[in-house]
Design a protein around this ligand. Structure first.
Ligand code: NI
Length: 264
């Protein structure tokens, strides 16, 4: 993957992101790289890479269930496949994120993949990413979301509530009110305000850590493969931790169920 695809954001795009908390661009990598990434992606999900460490699980189902996975997620695929860090996608995500975060130092990048199988992939309900994150700090980050397949509402493209990044983290609960389900949902949202961002394969959206977002169930005949990179600048420690009891509920439920994972 020696080639590069140079993309820059215009001032209008940066302004749009600041105002709305999200941005959609039609291309962040090449078609050739998408083909290469699809091979890696399919192997990660076929092998359930990292499952023994708790890095692979169904976001929409209770931990450890042995039924059909409707929203499988693989965390940190670049830990076992470091070549991913050399990809055009990774490099562009890092560079464009530092522009949107207005940072002059290196951004830290973490990655995950969320797969919505054709016909039965579950919805990712409304949430803010920061609800999952460390309550001890003010986060300073954004997520870059790239589909490996063209996406529309019906297959699970991203949908955002414009301007929602300007508020605080809302009350969240676990999907099905089951703390063994990692996925979170907030009820404090008006879905009629949502803006959907259909994209071609290799396009991308960027969203702020607090932007409310959603993806619909995949009711199409095509898979929806998404590869997300979370890019962050330095975090600022809070005087006292934010109140996010859903995180403790999950830890306690995992302990009671004797499910031990390296990452939660
Ligand atoms: Ni999210």
């Amino acid at each position: 993957m020696a080639e590069m695809l140079n993309i820059d954001l215009t001032d209008e795009q940066k302004y749009f992101y600041r105002q709305n908390g999200f941005l959609s661009i039609p291309r962040i990598t090449t078609g050739e790289e998408i083909d290469w990434l699809k091979t890696i992606y399919d192997k990660v999900f076929a092998d359930r890479t990292g499952e023994e460490k708790g890095f692979f699980y169904d976001l929409a189902g209770p931990r450890g269930h042995d039924g059909r996975n409707e929203l499988p997620q693989a965390l940190g695929p670049d830990i076992s496949i470091p070549e991913l860090r050399e990809s055009i996608y990774y490099k562009n995500a890092k560079r464009l994120s530092s522009q949107l975060l207005t940072l002059d130092q290196e951004v830290h990048v973490g990655g995950h993949m969320i797969y919505k199988p054709a016909k039965y992939g579950a919805e990712t309900p409304w949430h803010q990413d920061e609800a999952y994150w460390d309550p001890e700090v003010f986060s300073n980050g954004l997520s870059v979301w790239m589909p490996l397949d063209s996406v529309m509402k019906e297959s699970g493209c991203m949908q955002f509530i414009p301007g929602s990044h300007k508020g605080d983290v809302k009350w969240h609960r676990h999907i099905d009110d089951n703390p063994l389900v990692h996925g979170l949902v907030t009820d404090d949202v008006d879905p009629s305000e949502a803006i959907a961002c259909p994209l071609p394969a290799g396009g991308a959206t960027f969203h702020h850590t607090r932007t409310l977002h959603y993806t619909a169930p995949n009711t199409t005949d095509n898979p929806r493969r998404a590869y997300i990179l979370v890019c962050s600048g330095p975090e600022e420690k809070r005087d006292k931790p934010a109140y996010r009891p859903w995180q403790d509920e999950e830890r306690q439920a995992m302990k009671a169920a004797k499910i031990d994972v390296e990452y939660l």
